[in-house]
Design a protein around this ligand. Structure first.
Ligand SMILES: C[S@@+](CC[C@H](N)C(=O)[O-])C[C@H]1O[C@@H](n2cnc3c(N)ncnc32)[C@H](O)[C@@H]1O
Length: 216
């Protein structure tokens, strides 16, 4: 099967910028107390119930945080360059190449899943398919955490860090994302929206939706 154009564009973009991205966000968890808190809540909802996937793990910083919280976690990403960094920085953790739209996992295999800023390049009309795939691979009652920039506008990043690549970053409305999750069979646990932090060069709020796969 050939890769969809938007996946090729995403993979090419992150392959090119992986080292710069990893350097820019080197201490990201230390500077984001709310993110750490949300991940702690997620970890408590999972605790002791089996494997957890960090989907679109990038350099694996969220994966490492979840492992430190005691979870049996592994990362999945499209970009080999991102995976190389994740493996280099976290030699004890497992990172696999794959698309979160088509995960190489049996139905109900996961005790939890996180998508931290990894759905932000997906065309709007592919979100139902993404959430259906998350729903398929999660066990009944298992939590899902989705993080994204809140808003309406799209931002096109051309030649990031001087590399000859470009990609569109899509902001989403938390209410729209919550409705899509509900439609996919998730029960919303909480929606957290953090104001932009100028110290982090943020200009829009950051949204964290925590949901659970229905048990029915
Ligand atoms: C903005 S980065 C976020 C990385 C990491 N989650 C973090 O918070 O630092 C987006 C990541 O999602 C990955 N990604 C985007 N679409 C994906 C897909 N369909 N399947 C797997 N990974 C994907 C990209 O390769 C990239 O590493």
């Amino acid at each position: 099967m050939t890769e969809a154009d938007f996946l090729t564009a995403t993979r090419t973009f992150y392959d090119a910028i992986a080292e710069d991205y990893a350097r820019l966000f080197e201490d990201e968890m230390a500077r984001r107390p709310l993110e750490r808190a949300v991940l702690r809540v997620f970890a408590e909802l999972v605790s002791g119930r089996g494997p957890v996937a960090d989907l679109g793990c990038g350099p694996g910083r969220t994966t490492a945080r979840l492992a430190a919280l005691g979870l049996d976690v592994f990362g999945v990403d499209l970009s080999e360059s991102m995976l190389a960094i994740a493996r280099r920085e976290n030699p004890g953790l497992r990172f696999e190449r794959g698309s979160m739209l088509e995960l190489d996992l049996p139905d109900g295999a996961l005790a939890g899943a996180v998508s931290f800023y990894s759905s932000i390049h997906l065309p709007e009309d592919r979100l139902p398919e993404l959430f259906a795939e998350f729903h398929r691979v999660l066990a009944p009652g298992a939590p899902l955490l989705v993080a994204f920039q809140a808003g309406d506008e799209h931002r096109h990043h051309d030649r990031p860090f001087g590399h000859p690549v470009a990609l569109t970053f899509l902001r989403r409305r938390p209410d729209d994302m919550a409705a899509l999750l509900t439609r996919a069979g998730f029960a919303l646990h909480s929606r957290t929206v953090r104001e932009p932090d100028p110290a982090l060069d943020e200009t829009v709020p950051q949204a964290f939706l925590l949901a659970r796969k229905g048990t029915a």
